[in-house]
Design a protein. Structure first.
Length: 187
């Protein structure tokens, strides 16, 4: 039994070691959100200078992602709206200065990445989220002369699950569309 466990641990370590390591490119990565504003228009904003790392093995159809989204870099259509988004009414950036998305499961459709399953931490609470890939690709960047992988991902979340209840009782939707664009450079 000990021998089987030891072999399993070695096999898992070898599999993890074979996955390529990537660093998220903050210039080509962002997390944007869109929420319906009482059926009239959509409010949008985004978090920029996202950092983190990716492990990816296309042949084995495995991967992991860890992103850090600093709320100091949250932006919207105006300084006043951005200030309100960062307030305790919504993201409470002073108490919770960052959001995180951590995943250890890539879902494939054939050879293509179809989704990334993970956990989103916001307002101090961590819950499962599946980001659907609308596109994903790896290529050799002609300027950096190294492989870059990334794509566009989307999810619809219920913000109240994280405790973001602002104006829900007044009729504003609780559903928020997330759009995450990510590129990561092979180390």
């Amino acid at each position: 039994m000990k021998k089987i466990l030891f072999v399993s641990v070695l096999a898992a370590a070898a599999a993890a070691a074979s996955a390529a390591q990537y660093e998220i490119d903050p210039f080509h990565t962002n997390a944007r959100f869109e929420i319906d504003h009482f059926g009239t228009s959509s409010n949008v904003g985004g978090i920029y200078e996202v950092s983190g790392k990716v492990e990816f093995d296309a042949a084995k159809k495995t991967g992991s992602v860890e992103t850090v989204m600093p709320l100091a870099n949250l932006q919207s259509s105006s300084a006043a709206f951005t200030k309100h988004l960062k307030s305790a009414d919504l993201f409470n950036a002073e108490k919770y200065p960052e959001m995180r998305f951590v995943s250890d499961k890539f879902v494939f459709n054939g050879k293509k990445v179809a989704a990334v399953q993970g956990k989103l931490t916001m307002l101090g609470k961590t819950l499962p989220v599946t980001l659907k890939a609308t596109k994903f690709n790896c290529y050799v960047n002609p300027m950096k002369k190294t492989e870059v992988c990334g794509g566009d991902f989307t999810a619809l979340i219920d913000r109240t699950q994280w405790g973001m209840d602002y104006l829900v009782s007044a009729g504003m939707t609780k559903n928020v569309k997330l759009n995450i664009q990510i590129e990561a450079v092979k180390k």
